[in-house]
Design a protein around this ligand. Structure first.
Ligand code: ADP
Ligand code: MG
Length: 659
């Protein structure tokens, strides 16, 4: 149901709701409170000193207002509760003074200081009927909690929701109905209401999610790919050709891939490993096997810079096996591009490297057998559809540098097979990480100077504030000013940010690679995977703004050769959390810690599409429910009961259609 059909929603309110990602009445109903205010009236004689409480107060003299500064005032009056008389103070409520009439009763929420006989109130309520639990919603500017609560009240009167829990599980767990659950989550009367409604709504959300994952997995298991006749001696040949020894986990991943590719089931594998753990080599092996069996491969990187990097390193390894490699970029001349496209179509190119534009409409393959996608760029179902239309059913290999604990990976990536690379290549030095307060910035600058004198290069990263208008670029440019001043303009530096044109970015990156620029100041656009081995130091400002896993990924830009590298985290806040990075260089350990400390941590960013942004469930706290939902949805799929459910039948049909 459309939002505007709801009583009280005009165009302005609709716009505000839209900016909260609420577009329909169902969205509105699923916009759950993120916390509750518990208003339980207490006897003021019994409250602990300075404990937050709600008391019913009778106003016994007229309030006085003191204007302390602009936008800062203090209202005070005498009040009485449970026979006690005390002072009441509340700040910035001068506008309420007219409503605070002597003799009236009001509810005050705040803290009582017995020694000073003063109640410092944080909130006043005028109408009050009994004890109450108040839902608190996420807001945007110009929208207050009262308005959104009223709007949700209206939505609750409609039937614009669907119960996604199949009836057998509704019965099995004796869940309350969806209608009741929505009523209770938005307007709870007791703690119990919140508990039983949220449990049900979480299960519903996770069941729905796991159904899709499990169904995809089932399809993948059934889906036939290419059964390659390639001898397992290909492994030895490949390994022998490398200038280093593979780690145990790399060998294991290569085994997995060999099995997948020589088996008729279609490969759908994720290689999960820390930055620098050597995932590219593993993918290169897959490309090699695919080449031996006579098929073409495509390697997709998230950016052109990364694509070029891959092009160079894969050429080194694969060229003496006679693999013909080409790269396709947006900046290429039309003529050049056309030539590559025609070679690709005729099958004369064995491996094409580029961004995800690679599988766009005008690219035609002779016989595409394998697609490798690097760093998070998940291969959408839509793209698979494009390939299918071109007559290819390639095997797929994903590489991801976001290490997440195995248990969670098994569920949220439950439709993929996993190869996890934990062991690091030999001889890699750990990055020394130090957390510094802003007042200690001098230490950081001295260290920077030291590294520059050694001929090394440095990354400086600053977080950006995103406003509606786009990115606030002030911070990076201010930083550049400061650093120029500090180093008396003696050190060449430049600024890289997302608003630059691709050609400008490439130019700056190229200058950094060749060493023309010594300090690269940047937003987080320094892409995951960028490889400039001569850079040995990274400084991250306002580090508290980032999740630990993100910080860990960022610092993976340094430590790429055998020289000692450093990472300085500058922050005045959240020191304890940041210290985890001083302690450890293990991405899996770090993401586990992040997970413990911040709930979902960075996990939300992991699975790119909207499917991972849960509205009420939380992967960590609700892990048990997730496991249950996983089992139940598997059962639901295997017993084919979904065929009688309108909603799940539709999901299955749409997935089957696009797969
Ligand atoms: P990532 O997993 O971040 O993609 P890469 O595959 O780019 O890591 O590998 C990082 C660097 O380590 C590359 O220069 C690669 O050649 C090198 N490397 C990979 N595996 C090994 C190994 N087993 N021993 C030594 N160096 C390795
Ligand atoms: Mg990589």
């Amino acid at each position: 149901m459309e939002l505007k059909l709801l009583k009280g929603i005009g165009p302005q309110l609709e716009k505000k709701l839209n900016s909260l990602n609420i577009f329909t009445v169902e969205d509105l109903l699923e916009n759950y409170p993120y916390k509750y205010n518990f208003i339980n009236l207490v006897d003021i004689r019994k409250v602990e000193d300075n404990e937050v409480c709600s008391v019913k107060v009778n106003i016994i003299d007229s309030p006085k207002v003191q204007y302390i500064k602009k936008n800062f005032n203090r209202v005070s009056f005498a009040g009485m509760a449970n026979g006690e008389v005390f002072n009441v103070i509340i700040f910035n409520r001068a506008f309420l003074v007219k409503s605070l009439k002597v003799g009236n009763n009001i509810i005050l929420i705040g803290k009582y200081n017995r020694l000073k006989n003063t109640f410092i109130a944080s909130s006043i309520k005028f109408n009050y009927e009994g004890n109450k639990i108040e839902p608190v919603y996420h807001l945007v500017e110009g929208l207050n909690n009262v308005t959104i609560t009223k709007t949700i009240d209206e939505a609750l009167k409609t039937n614009s929701y669907y119960d996604y829990i199949p009836s057998i599980y509704l019965d099995k767990y004796k869940f309350i109905s969806k209608k009741d659950a929505l009523e209770k989550i938005h307007k709870p009367l007791t703690n119990e209401d919140i508990k039983i409604s949220s449990k049900r709504l979480k299960y519903e959300e996770l069941f729905n999610f796991m159904f899709k994952i499990n169904y995809l997995k089932k399809l993948n298991n059934k889906s036939l790919g290419i059964k390659r006749e390639v001898s397992s001696s290909s492994k030895e040949e490949f390994i022998k050709s490398l200038p280093f020894l593979l780690t145990e986990d790399q060998l294991k991943a290569i085994d997995d891939i060999y099995q997948d590719l020589t088996n008729e089931a279609r490969m759908n594998r994720l290689v999960l490993g820390d930055v620098g753990s050597g995932k590219t080599i593993v993918a290169t092996y897959a490309i090699y096997v695919n080449f031996l069996s006579g098929f073409q491969s495509a390697l997709m990187a998230p950016t052109e810079i990364l694509a070029e990097q891959h092009y160079k390193s894969l050429k080194n390894i694969l060229e003496h096996f006679n693999v013909k490699i080409a790269i396709l970029t947006g900046s290429m001349k039309v003529k050049e591009k056309r030539e590559i496209l025609s070679l690709l179509k005729s099958g004369k190119i064995n491996l094409i490297i580029g961004t995800h534009a690679l599988i766009s409409d005008d690219v035609e393959f002779h016989n595409l057998g394998l697609v490798v996608t690097d760093e998070q760029h998940r291969f959408g179902v839509g793209q698979r559809n494009t390939l299918r239309d071109k007559g290819c059913v390639p095997d797929v290999l994903y590489l991801s540098a976001t290490p997440i604990p195995r248990t969670y990976a098994l569920t949220i990536y439950g439709d993929l097979d996993l190869s996890i690379i934990k062991t690091k290549p030999m001889g890699r030095k750990e990055i020394i990480t130090v957390v510094k307060k802003e007042t200690e910035i001098k230490d950081v600058l001295l260290k920077m100077l030291e590294e520059i004198k050694l001929g090394h290069q440095i990354y400086v990263v600053s977080p950006l504030v995103e406003t509606n208008e786009g990115l606030d670029l002030k911070s990076v440019f201010e930083l550049e000013e400061k650093l120029k001043l500090a180093f008396k303009n003696m050190i060449p530096m430049d600024v890289l940010h997302g608003k630059l044109k691709t050609s400008e970015k490439d130019k700056i990156m190229a200058d950094f690679k060749t060493g023309k620029i010594k300090i690269l100041i940047s937003t987080t656009v320094i892409e995951v995977g960028i490889d400039v081995p001569n850079s040995t130091m990274m400084v991250i400002y306002n580090a508290e703004r980032f999740g630990l896993a993100t910080l860990h990924q960022l610092r993976g830009r340094v430590g790429r050769n055998d020289v000692q590298s450093y990472c300085y985290l500058v922050s005045n806040k959240d020191i304890e959390r940041l210290k985890v990075l001083e302690e450890s260089n293990d991405g899996f350990y770090i993401s586990e810690k992040d997970f413990q400390m911040r709930g979902q941590g960075d996990l939300f960013g992991v699975r790119q599409s909207g499917e991972m942004s849960f509205k009420i469930a939380n992967l960590k706290d609700d892990y048990q429910i997730l496991l249950q939902a996983k089992l139940d949805s598997e059962e639901y799929i295997n017993t084919e009961q979904y065929k009688n459910n309108y909603y799940y039948k539709n999901i299955v049909e749409s997935i089957t259609f696009i797969n």
